[in-house]
Design a protein around this ligand. Structure first.
Ligand code: KIV
Length: 284
């Protein structure tokens, strides 16, 4: 097991202040949590993207709090020391500040998370403020916010025009003032992300497809390793094609069971001759 120290908010702010990029990845299960812990990833997001990557839905909207808690618990068991962020699913915080605090509390109490993330700008600032007042670290998410995919007209770059970009800059300020410890910018132009990062005083800025002029980077784990068959977003670099390796292995398994080359002698267990003889007698 990993020997590293637990990653805390002060650790992350220190990194940001020192110009050392923060590493952030999505994760949804125990073995992947274990590998991310061993690799020294700073922050892990149990994203509601698990609705698509793990559960096969077309969007994140059907994901429930119970789904999120179950997966967050598994990730925490694999990764005891990363800063673990639970992603608040659709309609777990939109209805009211009270629902936001209650559900944020579930991530902390039931799954051992270190904080939560929710989507939205100034209109969600009171949710962030309420959660932070309850003693729970909260992170914002601006730009392409997948829970609003229908209103945004698809999975596309946000803040291309000056007016829309100004709204994202203003939203970031509102979230910071509400007490967010960090803000994730998803698919926002690099220079807009840079302005937000330069203006951030009490929070750090993370990028998913929003360029290098920020405090750290997030990627979706399944995109990094070719594990999501439906599409690969342009912003995702493939660091290894595990999907291809797994598919080849599965094809080989089907072939070997079919032609009886699996199982070989080392893959099964025997019984001693005397026990076998006695068994046959018992069966007579
Ligand atoms: O659910 C998720 O993984 C996310 C990312 C898309 C940022 O919110």
């Amino acid at each position: 097991m990993s020997e590293r120290k637990r990653v805390t908010l002060p650790t992350l702010f220190e990194k940001a202040a020192g110009g050392e990029p923060i590493t952030f990845l999505t994760c949804y299960d125990y073995p992947t949590g274990y590998f991310q812990e061993q690799a020294g990833v700073d922050m892990i997001l149990v994203g509601d993207s698990l609705g698509m990557t793990m559960l096969g839905y077309d969007s994140t909207l059907p994901v429930t709090m119970d789904d999120m808690i179950r997966h967050s618990q598994a990730v925490r068991r694999g990764s005891p020391n990363a800063f673990l962020v639970g992603d608040m699913p659709y309609m777990s915080y939109q209805p009211s500040v009270e629902s936001a605090i209650r559900n944020a509390g579930r991530f902390m109490a039931e799954a051992g998370c270190d904080g939560i993330k929710l989507e939205g700008g100034v209109e969600m600032a009171d949710r962030i403020a309420g959660i932070v007042k309850a003693g729970i670290p909260a992170m914002g998410h601006l730009g392409l916010t997948p829970q609003s995919v229908s209103a945004l007209g698809g999975y596309r770059l946000q803040g291309k025009g000056a007016l829309q970009a100004k709204k994202i800059v203003d939203d970031a300020k509102a979230l910071e003032e509400a007490g967010a410890f960090g803000i994730l910018l998803e698919m926002v132009p690099d220079r807009v992300a840079q302005i937000i990062t330069e203006r951030a005083q009490g929070c750090f800025i993370m990028s998913l497809g929003s360029g290098p002029h920020v405090h750290g980077q997030l990627l979706i784990y399944h995109d990094m390793f070719g594990l999501y068959p439906k599409f690969k977003p342009r912003m995702a670099k493939v660091f290894g094609n595990a999907g291809e390796v797994i598919l080849q292995g599965l094809q080989q398994y089907v072939k070997e069971v079919g032609d009886k080359t699996f199982p070989a002698r080392e893959h099964y267990f025997g019984i001693k001759d005397e026990e076998y003889e006695e068994l046959l007698e018992l069966l007579d």
